[in-house]
Design a protein around this ligand. Structure first.
Ligand SMILES: Cc1cc2nc3c(=O)[nH]c(=O)nc-3n(C[C@H](O)[C@H](O)[C@H](O)COP(=O)(O)O)c2cc1C
Length: 190
């Protein structure tokens, strides 16, 4: 989770020209030390009041984990079925340790359309960090580009376009798909 925190001085985050505008909403299923449920990693503390206003009033907003981690526990619940449904019914969102949706401050893109792409760049960086960190601890990650954003917003209680989920991800133990074969990178075909 720490690897997702934006720092102005360290790569890749120092490649971004604006403060962090994307906040992962996590469906935690099987993580030691965390109760299953919905969490939000608020990567820019200035966004906290807006996020609170935009979402369901009943969320707990209970700060959890180490002090330096801006992680908020919103709802204790088994969200496996919800995560699967939101991810176009893909099992990988439910059978993992956790899945997440990247909630972007979309007012930025509505006011300054040329910054639309920056939100996706930030999501891509978060995705790459998740891929690398998952491999480093010997689990795996998968980007989920197929998801129902309206369902995600309805679940969170978001009613307008100010916050939009732009990219989803799932992290967990891998099952090798025997139908696929893998070649070495840059393999030369005979
Ligand atoms: C933007 C993006 C969206 C993806 N969406 C999905 C998805 O919805 N479901 C899925 O199973 N895998 C998804 N993947 C993962 C790919 O299917 C694939 O596992 C990954 O790109 C690695 O495979 P490769 O080495 O053949 O590129 C996505 C990957 C990316 C980069």
């Amino acid at each position: 989770m720490e690897s997702l925190l934006a720092s102005r001085d360290t790569p890749p985050w120092n490649a971004l020209t604006s403060p962090a505008a994307v906040h992962p909403a996590l469906f935690v299923h099987r993580v030691d030390g965390l109760e299953p449920g919905l969490y939000l990693l608020v990567r820019n503390s200035a966004a906290l009041p807006d996020l609170k206003r935009a979402m369901r009033p009943e969320w707990l907003w209970q700060r959890t984990g180490p002090d330096h981690l801006p992680l908020y526990f919103l709802l204790p619940f088994d969200l496996r079925a919800v995560a699967k449904l939101i991810s176009c019914h893909q099992d990988i969102a439910a059978d993992s340790c956790f899945a997440l949706g990247m909630l972007a401050n979309f007012e930025i893109a509505m006011k300054q359309p040329w910054r639309y792409r920056h939100l996706f760049w930030e999501c891509g960086m978060l995705g790459q960090a998740l891929y690398l960190e998952a491999e480093a601890i010997e689990v795996r990650a998968t980007g989920i580009g197929c998801f129902f954003d309206d369902e995600m917003h309805a679940m969170l209680g978001i009613k307008d376009h100010a916050w939009q989920s732009l990219y989803h991800f799932t992290v967990g133990g891998a099952m090798v798909d025997q139908r696929l074969s893998t070649s070495a990178p840059y393999e030369i075909q005979p």
